[in-house]
Structure formats: C-alpha cells, structure tokens
Design a protein around this ligand. Structure first.
Ligand code: FEO
Length: 391
C-alpha cells in the first residue's frame, strides 16, 4: 500500500477502515480512517499510529517511503487505542523513542505495560533537522492526555481527534469529497465526542489563535486544507452552544399512543414555521439523533410508561444525552401510560439533569389519545414552536 504525500516530505500513512459500523456505540455507516503521519528528514518522525488490526497497513504505507527501521521518533498525541493501539509493535519494529504529554505518558503506561515513553511540555519545541515541532496540550479534547503537534515550517497542525469525521474515503482532503457529507459527519463527530467539552474547545482556540495554520491534519477522515474557516467557524458555533429555530422530537412507542402524540406535536411545531424532526428511537440511532440535537433549540422527548418507568430505548437515549451535556437548549417531556404512570416524571428528572431548561408543563395521556387529546398535543407543539421563535 502507498503513502500519500500531503506536503513536501510529509506523508499520510494511516489506515482506512471501510467496514466499521459501530465505534464504541457511535454508528459509523460511512466507516472511518485512523490517520498516522510520517515526516521524512534528518530525523524521521511518525505522528500517531493506528488501531492494532491495521498495523500492517500502516507499515506497508510507511515502507513505500522509507524503511520503518529508519523512524527515529514517534509522537503519540492521544492515548485512545484507535491511535495508540499499534505503539508497541511500532516501537518493537523501529526502536524509536516515543514522546507524549505528561498525562499521555501516564495513560499510555496504563494501556501498554512496559512501553518506554518520554514526556514533553506544553509549548515545548523540538528541532527535527531543518524543521521544528511544537507540542500544544489540549486537555479534555477529548481525553486528559490529548495534545496537538504543530509542524512550524509547513504550518500543519496535527489535531488528533479535533476536526475529525468518521468518514472512510479513498480521498485525503476536504476539497476532494462531497462537502455536505463531510460537514454532516464533522457535526456528528462533534455532537457525539466533543459536545461536553465546549468550554475546553473555546480555550484551545484562544491558545492557538496566533498560530498560522495551513492544514488541519486530523486523526479521522479527511484533512482540511481548503475550507479551514468553514470547519473552524462551525466548531466555534458548536462550542458556544449556538442553536437555530429547530426542535427535535425524540420518542418511542409500545402500542402507538406515544407515536400519535409525537406526530401531533411535530405538526404543531411545524405550523409555527419552526423546523422540526421526529426520531422514533426503535428506528433511529442515538448518535444520529445527537447530530440533530447539536443545532436544535429544543429537545422534546416522549416515552410510554413501562413498569412505572421509561421505555428502555428512551432510557438509553436520555442516559446518553445526559453524558453529552447539551448546552442552552429547551426541553419538554410527554408520554402515555395505562395506570400508574412514571415515564414522564422520570423523563423530566433526566432531562433536567442533562441541562435542558424544561417548560413548566408536561403532557401525559392515558391509554389511546382521543381526538380532543390529539388537538391538545398539536397545541402543545404550537406552544413549543412559539417559545423557540421567541428566544
Ligand atoms: Fe480517535 Fe479519542 O480517539
């Protein structure tokens, strides 16, 4: 397999995972890539590795440029195993010294027993022949150990998971793939991986605001060389929690009652001219739903009561959303029940814990909603639509 030269003597030597469809619970219908990079010079440097099953693919690409034994240094920007999984065989093969952030050293030691790693400081520069590498710590983007590496002369920022997309492609750059697909996958990635860390994203932008960047060489998907402003502005907007006039209605149903309610609520919201999108959880993947939640101003969640609690798919979704801590959004809870109820109360508690600002009113109906109750659901949707427009 061949390396791809992305700048003079700088090569992509990563792996394409065409077949992955679930990345620890995040659906990846378009596959992914694990991007590793090789800088060839007086000191040959490998930046990150790949998921362990793809080690041979990475070695094959490196071998198309130089003998892997000529690699002097490996920079590990991030401990997570999709990037560090091949560090042990890579060190065995090359004998190279491994560098990581201080917390990276700690984390890597806990993943790879016996691996020798040296720590670099935040802001430290390292001369590699006629070029210089600068290390920039980016804690909690999205693990404590995370850091960027900046290749000063070429103005390339190796941004690890930052600006990534789970997008397998035979192309390497943003201007070579469908822009709508690319932005969809970048937004989905942000929503499911980086959403809880908006504050740290903004701090990182502040930290690198004077760094001249010509290329964002991410660890997943394609490299940004053309529309850097587009992806940077999108990240700033997402990190600030900016929203648009849009409501997501997320629900599941046992015997159709909660679905009838959801459909009437969606109609009511739409009647106010507000964009809305229903997601029935037994047919929608949670990570796709979160992509829609990212820019929505309201998240309206419905559940039938099952054994005095939420329906399992709804419980799964609200647990997932709580972890992702969406910012600056309104919420509402609705559902149906047969006798004791309980789902809507549990929903309210969970949505509040997720950080949503709930409307004072829940909407709950017994057994099958009648015509006048469907009208109530429509009006409930209208009220949500008006609130969205007024905020
Ligand atoms: Fe792509 Fe956080 O690893």
């Amino acid at each position: 397999m061949k390396a791809a030269e992305i700048a003079g003597n700088v090569y992509w030597v990563g792996a394409i995972d065409w077949n992955i469809r679930s990345f620890h619970g995040y659906s990846t219908p378009r596959g992914s890539t694990y991007n590793a990079y090789l800088i060839k010079g007086d000191t040959n440097v490998l930046i990150d590795t790949v998921k362990r099953p793809f080690f041979d693919q990475m070695v094959s690409r490196i071998s198309s440029v130089l003998d892997p034994k000529e690699i002097d240094l490996i920079i590990s920007n991030h401990v997570e195993m999709d990037h560090s999984g091949s560090l042990v065989p890579a060190q065995n093969l090359t004998g190279a010294k491994i560098l990581a952030s201080k917390r990276g050293v700690e984390g890597l030691a806990l993943h790879h027993d016996g691996l020798e790693i040296e720590a670099v400081e935040d802001g430290q520069e390292l001369r590699i022949g006629d070029r210089v590498l600068r290390f920039i710590e980016t804690p909690m983007l999205h693990w404590p150990d995370s850091m960027f590496t900046y290749l000063v002369e070429d103005k390339i920022l190796f941004s690890m998971d930052g600006f990534g997309q789970h997008l397998a492609s035979s192309k390497r750059f943003d201007d070579e793939v469908d822009k709508d697909v690319l932005m969809y996958e970048a937004a989905k990635y942000y929503a499911n991986i980086l959403m809880p860390f908006g504050g740290q994203v903004l701090k990182t932008f502040e930290k690198v605001k004077d760094v001249d960047i010509k290329m964002l060489a991410t660890s997943h998907g394609v490299i940004w060389r053309k529309d850097l402003n587009g992806i940077i502005n999108a990240y700033l907007s997402w990190a600030k929690g900016e929203t648009k006039e849009k409501a997501v209605v997320v629900y599941d149903t046992m015997w159709g009652s909660t679905q009838k309610m959801a459909e009437a609520i969606v109609d009511g919201i739409a009647s106010e001219g507000v964009e809305t999108r229903p997601h029935k959880l037994s047919d929608s993947d949670r990570s796709e739903v979160m992509k829609d939640v990212l820019e929505a101003r309201a998240v309206v969640v419905g559940s039938p009561t099952l054994n005095n609690g939420m329906f399992p798919t709804v419980a799964d979704f609200v647990t997932y959303m709580r972890g992702l801590r969406p910012k600056g959004k309104k919420g509402a809870a609705f559902g149906s029940f047969g006798w004791g109820g309980g789902a809507v109360k549990a929903l309210r508690e969970n949505l509040e814990k997720a950080g949503l600002v709930l409307s004072s009113e829940d909407l709950e109906m017994r057994y099958v909603p009648k015509e006048e109750e469907i009208l109530k659901c429509f009006e409930y949707g209208q009220k949500i639509g008006k609130e969205i427009k007024g905020s």
